[in-house]
Design a binder for this molecule. Structure first.
Ligand code: UD1
Length: 362
């Protein structure tokens, strides 16, 4: 019988990470199933991506939806256990750090199924972040841990995990390289009436920032001031939209709000931007690969290579520091691409998974 893999996806950043691995595994004699937990369910956080990336539509769709962390994780755990019991995969792949990542790893391991964590070993060392719980627990449940950077291997070694750890590079950068030409050609900045290099792109969605009305209000004021010199395009995540509506703030004319965008369109806006201001993890990596300056509104990052090699600057959870962006942009920058962020990480990940499946079968 052909070995079987179940990939678990749940939220927007998962698709770009899994797509290159799924595509590369097509060269092997394996059966693949894509399971979507439904943690993200809005069409513009979900359906729109399947047409754009090399990912087929999900084979299984659960309806986990929103809720408290316990509710969302518990619904994913139960749904995924039933799904794995039915599909009987030999290996379950979980990407990233969302609640469904941890649920998928736990459901699989309880059924005696091997777990592969894609993007293993990242640590912010901030135990208040839900993502830190999810990635750390998923790592400790996994037997194959595919990492994006050397420091992730070091983090895992410090926690006693050395077996099954493999540095394959960043599969999200594979997706970026594949879409880069189309994104440049799309010139999405034109829709917003800007020239390349003539605007700042903003994304904010982390509870630590957007669920705090004081911080969110100060951030919007700081963006309004920045927009007086550099216009701002701000695709708004549903969580952030709710909070902006609750605050009933007047959004100034220089700050253009838009609903969440599709992958190529968002990438296009990154390519054409003067800089990005964000609290996202993945965007710190994409801007590093693109050589676009990134200013991160967080006190820490689980992706330090974006600072040591890339274009990332931590502003802290201090909205007032957005005022420094024009001056920081004037300083020269000589970013380097992190090792193995070369567009071929999916191929290396697929080879590692195929070897793991051979060991399981033996
Ligand atoms: C989740 C992940 C986060 C990831 C982010 C990417 C966890 C703990 N968090 O955060 O790591 O960076 O996704 O976007 O797993 N909502 C909708 N439509 C949707 C999904 C959510 O309107 O399709 C609303 C819900 O009302 C919810 C809010 O957005 O209250 C936040 O969604 P949630 O899934 O809790 O977390 P994210 O902030 O998206």
């Amino acid at each position: 019988m052909r070995p079987r893999i179940a990939h678990v996806v749940a939220a927007r950043p998962n698709y770009m990470k899994v797509a290159p691995v799924f595509a590369a595994l097509r060269s092997y004699d394996v059966e693949q199933a894509l399971v979507h937990t439904g943690q993200h369910y809005d069409a513009n956080l979900k359906d729109v991506f399947f047409g754009e990336l090399t990912l087929p539509p999900p084979d299984v769709e659960l309806e986990v939806g929103s809720g408290s962390h316990a509710e969302q994780t518990a619904r994913a755990l139960v749904g995924l256990e039933q799904t794995f019991a039915r599909l009987e995969p030999d290996l379950v792949l979980v990407p990233g750090d969302v609640n469904s990542t941890f649920a998928g790893a736990l459901a699989a391991v309880k059924l005696g199924i091997a777990v592969c964590h894609l993007e293993a070993g990242l640590r912010s060392f901030d135990w208040t972040m839900p993502e830190e719980h999810n990635r750390k627990l998923a790592d400790h449940l996994s037997s194959l841990l595919l990492t994006t950077a050397e420091n992730a291997n070091e983090n895992l070694a410090r926690e006693g995990i050395t077996d099954g750890v493999m540095l394959v590079g960043n599969t999200m950068i594979d997706s970026l390289e594949l879409a880069r030409d189309a994104a440049t050609e799309l010139a999405a900045w034109r829709r917003f009436h800007h020239e390349p290099g003539g605007y700042v792109l903003v994304t904010l969605h982390r509870p630590a920032l957007v669920d705090d009305p004081g911080l969110l209000g100060r951030t919007l004021s700081a963006l309004a001031r920045l927009a007086e010199t550099l216009p701002v395009i701000f695709p708004v995540h549903p969580r952030t939209r709710t909070q902006i509506d609750r605050l009933a703030v007047d959004v100034p004319a220089g700050v253009q709000l838009t609903p969440p965008l599709a992958y190529t369109e968002f990438l296009s806006l990154q390519v054409g931007s003067a800089a990005v201001v964000t609290d996202s993890g993945g965007i710190q990596e994409e801007t590093t690969a693109l050589g676009i300056p990134c200013f991160t509104l967080r006190a820490n990052t689980e992706r330090p290579v974006t600072i040591t090699h890339g274009t990332n600057t931590l502003l802290g959870l201090s909205p007032e520091r957005i005022a420094d962006v024009p001056a920081l942009l004037a300083a020269p920058m000589t970013p380097r691409r992190p090792e193995l962020w070369d567009g071929a990480a999916g191929v290396r990940a697929a080879a590692a998974i195929a070897s793991a499946l051979e060991r399981i079968a033996a």
